[in-house]
Design a protein around this ligand. Structure first.
Ligand code: NAG
Ligand code: NAG
Ligand code: NAG
Length: 502
């Protein structure tokens, strides 16, 4: 009898759970333990990357009409300002002989540079060292061009080597160019004639004399004063952003009209008109700073929210970057607190409370993800870092749990910064333990398997795509964000994650 009652109780509980999970099915996946990785699809996409039509740029030219025909009047309508968003690989045809693996290793090298530079930037801010007090390691500035402007040592080739791009119209009439998207910096800039030193880009270099909306900023302007590094020349403002590895951009700080998709234009956006630029990503004309500082694009256009969806890096598909728009957070979003650092307002921090693998919470002290009073630690969400970085002990706990849950997969040697790899060449699809990020109020974001078990070549080697860092700062990278719309609700300090809203 007692046994029967126990069974019926168990059945009752089971039915209740089933009911609850079907009602809340959109929030709580039915099976939180296991996720399917479509191995054939990942390999197919990886193969696609290295056999792609080199003239992919023509695909992007289709939007030109809508950008070129701007009437250059500020838009105040409530529909969002939108830009198309492309991945690096969809823009940049690998040169002859480069295979997926070498492309991938190059990317990981850039990624380490970026991680270092984000940490350096934060370190300088926390120690209260003005970036202008530091002499760039190798930058030799041309005296007559830039006076004695000295720049911050940040970022390596990191920002210029961005992984995602948008096409933006600059000036009046608007000239469409590719711009790197970067949530880890604020200053917008574009290469500008006359070029003392310009790297190669896909479109003609911007020519200020052909734009009726080009206006130099004075040294007294608020925008000029907001720069980390500025200099006054004859009353007008010069800017510099430079990088520890010798790459940099220097020039006039001006305002210009930017044109978005559908010919919507915003006047008087402060941008750098860079006459000396070096070492940045070939093809892009410049960079859009999407950080939280006052000179970033979201701040300048006074938007209370923006969202982006990072398309799969190996795919040709495009998605959008939207400023404003309703609803701010899509209805099925998982939300997390958006936190800021009093020492540096550029980065977007996340209120992460824990990580689970295969449905089991890892035993990680919550302080591992918290920022301390001095501004150290915490976890930021970044568009330009590829692989998520976690403090070493957190990473080890996560990796060990994953390895235990993925015992059935044939293992392979580590690759670069990845110590956990598998040979899936004989598989078409595999089950892997689900990795979820947890936020306050019981919310969780279950990552798709392809966002953490990723191909490192096109013949079936996959690696667990998290990495340890010796820094206190953790970073959610773009590999983990792929295919998810990330919405930053700046007004309400929330970050939303919505699967399949690209
Ligand atoms: C894997 O993806 C391919 C498309 O590339 C699809 O045809 C196939 O059905 C998928 N397999 C599974 C198990 O979902
Ligand atoms: C400063 O401006 C004056 C007047 O506009 C001009 O004559 C002079 O050449 C400028 N000097 C420099 C260094 O550009
Ligand atoms: C943003 O707000 C500032 C200050 O209120 C204002 O000067 C500026 O014109 C606004 N910009 C846009 C694009 O609305």
């Amino acid at each position: 009898m007692a046994k029967n009652r126990l069974i019926s109780k168990t059945v009752f509980v089971f039915i209740c759970i089933s009911l609850i999970s079907s009602v809340f099915g959109r929030i709580t996946p039915k099976n939180t333990k296991i996720t399917i990785l479509n191995v054939s699809e990942s390999i197919k996409n990886a193969k696609n990357v290295v056999s792609r039509d080199p003239d992919n740029l023509k695909n992007f030219r289709q939007q030109e009409q809508s950008i070129r025909s701007s009437s250059s009047s500020s838009s105040s309508s409530s529909s969002p300002l939108t830009l198309e968003l492309h991945s690096r690989l969809s823009l940049h045809k690998p040169t002859n002989g480069e295979d997926y693996r070498s492309l991938f290793l190059e990317q990981l090298k850039r990624d380490s540079e970026r991680e270092k530079s984000l940490n350096l930037r934060l370190d300088l801010a926390i120690r209260g060292i003005s970036e202008s007090d530091l002499k760039p390691a190798e930058v030799e500035l041309e005296e007559q061009q830039v006076g004695n402007l000295e720049g911050p040592i940040i970022s390596g080739t990191s920002q210029g080597s961005g992984e995602y791009f948008s096409r933006v119209g600059i000036g009046s009439p608007p000239k469409p160019v590719y711009m790197v998207l970067d949530t880890g910096s604020d200053v917008n800039w574009v290469q500008c004639e006359p070029c003392g030193d310009c790297y190669q880009q896909a479109d003609p270099v911007f020519e200020p004399t052909q734009s009726s909306s080009f206006k130099p900023l004075t040294c007294e302007s608020q925008q000029c004063k907001s720069l980390d590094v500025s200099e006054c020349r004859n009353g007008t403002c010069l800017y510099e952003v430079s990088y520890g590895d010798g790459s940099y951009t220097v020039g006039d700080f001006v305002t210009e009209t930017l044109t978005f998709t559908g010919s919507k234009a915003v006047d008087d956006v402060a941008i750098g008109c860079g006459h000396n630029n070096e070492g940045l990503f070939i093809a892009a004309a410049g960079l859009l700073g999407l950080g939280g500082g006052s000179l970033s694009l979201p701040s300048q256009i006074n938007t209370t929210s923006f969202s982006y969806c990072l398309v799969d890096r190996d795919s040709d598909s495009t998605s959008t970057l939207e400023f404003g728009g309703q609803p701010v957070l899509p209805p099925n979003s998982v939300t997390a607190p958006l936190l800021r650092n009093g020492q540096l307002n550029t980065f977007y921090y996340l209120g992460l409370t824990g990580i689970s693998v295969g449905g089991d919470m890892l035993s990680i002290p919550p302080t591992s993800f918290e920022m301390d009073e001095s501004g150290n630690g915490g976890i930021i969400i970044d568009s330009g870092t590829a692989v998520t970085r976690l403090q070493t002990d957190v990473y080890d706990t996560l990796r060990d749990a994953f390895v235990r849950g993925a015992q059935d997969l044939p293992s392979a040697n580590g690759v670069a910064l990845f110590d956990t790899c598998y040979d899936l060449s004989s598989k078409t699809s595999v089950e892997v333990p689900t990795v979820s990020l947890h936020f306050p109020e019981g919310k969780s974001w279950a990552l798709p398997a392809k966002n953490y078990l990723i191909p490192v070549d096109s013949v079936g080697t996959f690696c667990f795509a998290f990495a340890p860092t010796s820094s206190a700062l953790s970073i959610i990278g773009n590999v983990q964000q792929q295919g998810t719309r990330v919405s930053l609700d700046l007004a309400n300090s929330l970050v939303g994650f919505s699967p399949d809203k690209c």
